[in-house]
Design a protein around this ligand. Structure first.
Ligand code: WT7
Length: 653
């Protein structure tokens, strides 16, 4: 059994059950769908949905309009999947084109608020026009079907506009989170061989401006594939300019035609690449395809958050992560709902910024992460109490296990004890929710409840035997529509990371337990990947950032439970011979990691040691470092070549 993570003990004791309000259940999409299909109970629904071809065929009917119908729902040649074979399609047909031909034309797609307080509403028609203009601009620069476009933008409307523009012409977008550093951008742009990069001069964060163009310039010093950079003017700050390469957005986009033919593709053609951290080496380029992704994301949003036309949906994530790709951009647009988009920090200028947004726009469904909830918990309930949050009817959480205390606080102080909380488990790779309640599901605080209809999940021991009420490896046994289609240009790594441990079974990389009611309790990552503020960061990435500093010889990085962030990064560093371990150097190393990867990865603690625990073959044993830091027994250290190093780790703190 993989090592247990902290938090399990608390979760094991959690026995409260929250039943959904009856009147809410009656109104839900899932209940209506069950009635229409003569399905009486949820168990029966789960059973019926095991016929994947039937279920997804039925579901797809009400969500997407194929340009040419499919001939087969599913082809599963593990580990390779195809959905809706033979169909011709482009996700933009459903996300935009369809709406401008309907009454939704004048419905608001995005309500945007910038950090300084600027506000804007974009209707479906306006959004469509802007996307067409951006698509025409990309075409004018020679971007074609199958080309890759890097997008490095903050939470401004131009980010979804740029993504949809790529999709419209059949190019793949590769969005890089605007909180990532120049180096992170460089690696992703090079791996995806982007032809064009779209960025802005800068953006607002906590009242300051972040110079994004400057970071882009630094990144692109070593990016031979990039022919052009389109720069949106957000702050009006000074930028340096490369005449041959750089173009202002307002010069290249604003004059374009507001119509653009959508490129009709094969439903299995790729939509985007999004990089996520792994245990070793460079980030993994997760690839998603048009057709299955459209069905999978729209279905899950519709059923789990039960969105209706009058809803105001706020997925308060950043579009730079998969949460935003699926549930700020594609799924809400396919469903034709109104979404809130906010640029800035959650507690700026005051800790009630979010609650003022909920009140101002009458947000009805709010989706966020345990990290944010814990942040607000620390500020205290007086901040949400200043605002009328009665418009809310459902809440959601994602990114890491939610501790029952945070769940209860969210339930009480944000949801006014009337809003069920949808704890959705999923990953960049899964593209959509997999394990999650529906609004009809009885809830246990801290559990993502059960696999959704259409999914089969289990928990396996090392040999692949199912475990009941014991921690083990979380696996998914059958394919799902929004499933990733591989790692960009790396089929071997795809097989190795996800499909090699158990034959034909997807290994999620999480430790979980299934209780006697069949409820899943996700306990954290099984591999050496940190979960900081709800996002994955590879221990090895932080280590290699540290080692790239001239003073550092070796480094070991581990995660330690953190009140707000979930996990905090703790680094043990061996300095090069002759380098003095000073307080100044410690700060410098923290800053160095922030520059190399992004602020998210800045180590909370840096400790200097003369040696790290290693196996005889020279492999650093993080497990041992972690045990010492957490004050747990170091376990079997008989394979260590230098047991004295263990003691030094303990003393260094
Ligand atoms: C990892 C995926 C999917 C969007 C955000 C992160 C953890 C995600 C939950 C949840 C417990 C969760 C898992 C997973 N995780 N949702 N509801 N309960 N853990 O995407 O960066 O691909 O990370 O986040 O460890 O493997 P990601």
């Amino acid at each position: 059994m993989p090592p247990s993570k902290t938090g399990i003990d608390v979760l094991l004791k959690e026995e409260r059950i929250f039943h959904p309000p009856k009147d809410l259940v009656e109104q839900t999409h899932v209940k209506k769908w069950m009635d229409a299909h003569g399905i009486k109970t949820y168990e029966e629904l789960l059973e019926k949905a095991k016929d994947l071809e039937w279920f997804w065929g039925e579901i797809s009917k009400e969500l997407v309009g194929w340009s040419k119908p499919y001939t087969k729902v599913l082809e599963w040649n593990p580990p390779w999947v195809k959905w809706f074979l033979g169909a011709e399609y482009n996700i933009v047909c459903d996300a935009l084109d369809r709406h401008v031909k309907s009454w939704r034309k004048n419905k608001v797609a995005y309500i945007w608020e910038g950090e300084p307080g600027d506000r804007e509403k974009l209707t479906y028609a306006e959004l469509h026009g802007k996307v067409c203009q951006a698509a025409n601009a990309l075409k004018s620069l020679g971007v074609k079907k199958g080309d890759r476009v890097g997008i490095y933008l903050p939470m401004i409307p131009e980010l979804p506009i740029a993504m949809l523009a790529c999709a419209k012409i059949g190019a793949l977008h590769s969005v890089v989170f605007s909180g990532f550093s120049a180096h992170a951008l460089r690696d992703r742009v090079n791996d995806s061989e982007a032809k064009v990069v779209i960025t802005c001069d800068g953006f607002y964060r906590r009242g300051k401006t972040v110079p994004l163009k400057k970071q882009t310039d630094e990144a692109l010093q070593q990016a031979p594939s990039v022919e052009h950079v389109i720069v949106y003017k957000r702050t009006g700050g000074e930028v340096s300019w490369n005449e041959k390469r750089d173009l202002w957005w307002h010069e290249v986009v604003d004059g374009q035609k507001k119509t653009c033919e959508t490129e009709i593709l094969d439903a299995n053609d790729f939509l985007y690449i999004l990089y996520t951290s792994g245990t070793t080496g460079k980030p993994k380029g997760v690839v998603h395809a048009h057709g299955g992704y459209a069905v999978g994301t729209a279905f899950t949003l519709k059923w789990v958050f039960d969105l209706k036309d009058e809803d105001v949906w706020w997925c308060a994530a950043d579009i730079g992560w998969v949460t935003g790709h699926s549930y700020i951009v594609y799924a809400p647009l396919i469903l034709g709902v109104t979404s809130v988009l906010y640029e800035g920090a959650p507690d700026y200028p005051k800790p009630d910024r979010w609650w003022s947004i909920v009140e101002r726009y009458g947000v009805t469904v709010l989706y966020t992460s345990p990290t944010s909830i814990r942040l607000f918990m620390r500020y205290g309930e007086e901040w949400p109490a200043k605002h009328d949050l009665s418009s809310l009817r459902l809440l959601g959480t994602v990114g890491e296990p939610i501790n029952p205390e945070a769940w209860m606080w969210y339930y009480k102080h944000i949801g006014g004890e009337r809003c069920p909380i949808m704890d959705t488990w999923w990953q960049t790779e899964t593209g959509s929710f997999c394990i999650s309640p529906l609004p009809i599901t009885p809830l246990k605080p801290g559990s993502a409840t059960r696999p959704l209809p259409g999914w089969t999940a289990d928990v396996y021991d090392e040999e692949g035997k199912p475990l009941v009420n014991q921690g083990g490896n979380l696996v998914l046994l059958t394919p799902w529509p929004a499933m990733f289609r591989g790692l960009y240009k790396d089929p071997e790594r795809y097989r190795e990371v996800y499909w090699s441990k158990y034959p034909n079974v997807y290994l999620a990389g999480d430790v979980a337990r299934i209780d006697r009611d069949g409820y899943f309790w996700i306990q954290g990552r099984a591999d050496d990947v940190l979960n900081v503020a709800g996002h994955r960061i590879g221990n090895s990435e932080v280590e290699s950032a540290l080692v790239s500093h001239e003073a550092v010889a070796e480094a070991a990085v581990i995660g330690k439970p953190h009140e707000v962030k979930g996990e905090a990064i703790v680094a043990y560093v061996v300095l090069k011979r002759g380098v003095e371990p000073t307080e100044k150097l410690r700060e410098e190393l923290r800053g160095h990691v922030a520059r190399e990867i992004g602020k998210l990865a800045r180590p909370e603690e840096v400790w200097f040691v003369s040696d790290l625990p290693k196996t005889r073959s020279g492999k650093i044993m993080r497990r041992v470092v972690k045990a010492v830091v957490l004050g747990k027994p170091a376990g079997d250290i008989s394979t260590l070549s230098n047991p004295e190093a263990v003691e030094e780790i303990g003393k260094a703190r």
